[in-house]
Design a protein around this ligand. Structure first.
Ligand code: UGA
Length: 491
């Protein structure tokens, strides 16, 4: 089936490549000439595991092409997806300029029946507005239906999420449009949930808000666990304990520095704004936002309280992207944290496996020094902060990290490392929602004076596994294979 996708950003490109992979003939449209040129010459503007190969394979098979012309896409395809950005405005509401412009452009070239599918994340009732706009600007009374088909892709595993989705939601008030949409999704062999257009639009905002709520819930619990440090309450055990209940589920209960990225912060703000506009303010979501902001502030306070003064401290930060397996640094908590540290006068050296370039290109952390490797970043550092849980960091030789640091203090903002290993290696180790660990193995109060092991040369034997790698905790998203009895249903 021929499919046109307007917008070749993150969602549009991944969707287009996956549709082509299952046999559809897809044309991806974008008004950015440079992007179209790059895509035509095989260059992918974003990093997403598996995407480059997918695009190359389908371009070679002539199932995927790129153009700057909406007319070309509308003329050739019975179904046109809109996947353009819906950025936030200063008051949290959604800027609908791009969607409205695409609706007008489609209207100006629409001649015969087409299904217009809204894939961008939009406020409820957007479908009605898109339909009104097309009717208003189309001169030939062309037939069409507007459908809502929200996406649930996570960056870093977007290709897998699209190829094997949990569910496909299609909001349509027309049987004719629904029949076409079913043909689009037939090859994915996944249950399709059919709703009206407004419900489908709401499902997307409700899903993201609920996931953010889970994260804030566990982060609020992590504060309680830290406050109970004398009893050693551990937020991960609490998460395992409640997550084992199928009604709750373990995924999205990983405590850390809070959520970031281009979706959750924007979508929660948008949903709050929408709820206020329709006169039913969603107060709970304001609390979700507040906890998220407070989580980073609490973490920073822990660093400050431990080091006493941040000014002139040499601090290494591992991680800049908003999550692992992406180069996306938009609304990244790691970037915010680096800027907080710099504002307090610290000398920050940061490293990210994929995020360095974008932080440099957009000057997101003025004053930061970007290192060329994780080990390079910790040279002579007085503290290491882990801000993004890249698997690469779990594989670093921690004994070498210890050797290179001036004072071996680690603040783990994503609970990546194994506390016993850190203790055995002689680190003073702070985690989120779990008791801190000091080199000799007993609990250490945040208020205890900082004690740095003196015998730096004698603490070099790492704990090793059978592959001779230093043992660190497995990143949470890789934990499935080695899950303990209590760690079921992890994301
Ligand atoms: C999110 C949703 O998960 C997708 O279903 C949705 O399609 C997408 O937004 C979107 O609206 O386009 P994404 O933002 O790519 O996907 O990434 P997530 O894996 O959801 O992570 C979001 C943030 O939450 C990250 O900063 C991550 O570190 C944080 N997080 C996630 C936690 O702090 N704890 C967790 O347990 C899980």
């Amino acid at each position: 089936m021929k499919i046109a996708i307007v917008g070749s950003g993150y969602v549009g490109l991944v969707t287009g490549a996956c549709f082509a992979e299952v046999g559809h003939e897809v044309v991806c449209i974008d008004n950015d000439d440079r992007k179209i040129k790059a895509l035509r010459s095989g260059r992918i503007p974003i990093y997403e595991p598996g995407l480059e190969q997918l695009v190359q394979r389908n371009v070679s098979a002539h199932r995927l092409s790129f153009t700057g012309s909406i007319e070309e896409g509308v003329d050739s395809s019975p179904v046109i997806f809109i996947a353009v950005p819906t950025p936030p405005q200063a008051d949290g509401s959604v800027d609908m300029t791009y969607i409205e412009r695409v609706a007008r452009e489609i209207a100006s070239v629409l001649k015969e029946y087409r299904v217009i599918v809204d894939k961008s994340t939009v406020p409820v009732k957007t479908g009605e507005k898109v339909a009104d706009t097309i009717r208003r600007y189309n001169k030939v009374n062309g037939e069409f239906d507007v459908v809502s088909n929200p996406e649930f892709l996570r960056e870093g595993c977007a290709v897998a999420d699209l190829m094997k989705p949990d569910r496909i939601v299609i909001g349509s008030n027309s049987e004719r449009a629904l029949a076409i949409m079913k043909r689009v999704y037939e090859p994915f062999m996944t249950p399709i949930m059919v709703t009206d257009v407004n419900s489908a639009e709401l499902i997307k905002h409700a899903a993201n808000s609920f996931l953010a709520l889970k994260i804030s819930y566990i982060n609020a619990l992590s504060a309680i666990c830290e406050a109970c440090e004398a009893s050693g309450a551990d937020v991960e055990k609490v998460a395992d304990g409640i997550g084992a209940d199928k009604r709750i589920g373990r995924s999205f209960l990983n405590a850390g520095l809070g959520y970031g990225g281009s979706c959750f912060p924007k979508d929660i703000a948008a949903f709050i704004s929408i709820s206020e506009q329709i006169g039913e303010p969603f107060h709970l979501l304001r609390e979700v936002q507040r906890i998220n902001q407070h989580q980073r502030e609490r973490f920073l306070k822990k660093v400050r309280d431990t080091l006493w003064v941040l000014k002139e401290k040499r601090i290494a930060v591992w991680g800049l992207t908003f999550k692992p397996d992406t180069d996306d640094v938009r609304s990244s908590v790691a970037v915010d944290l680096v800027n907080d540290l710099i504002r307090e006068g610290a000398h920050v050296t940061a490293y990210d496996p994929k995020g360095n370039q974008k932080v440099h290109e957009f000057n997101l952390c003025p004053g930061v020094h970007l290192a060329s490797s994780a080990l390079d970043a910790v040279r002579d550092a007085e503290t290491l902060v882990l801000a993004t849980e890249w698997p690469d960091f779990a594989a670093v030789d921690l004994a070498e990290v210890h050797r290179r640091m001036h004072t071996p203090i680690v603040f783990d903002g994503r609970n990546l490392f194994d506390p016993d290993t850190m203790r055995d290696l002689g680190f003073q180790y702070y985690r989120v929602g779990r008791p801190p660990t000091k080199a000799n193995g007993s609990g250490l109060s945040n208020n205890d004076p900082v004690r740095i092991p003196i015998a730096m040369e004698s603490r070099t034997t790492p704990v090793q596994d059978s592959s001779n790698r230093p043992v660190t905790k497995r990143p949470r998203y890789l934990a499935k294979a080695s899950a303990s009895k209590t760690s079921v249903d992890r994301s």
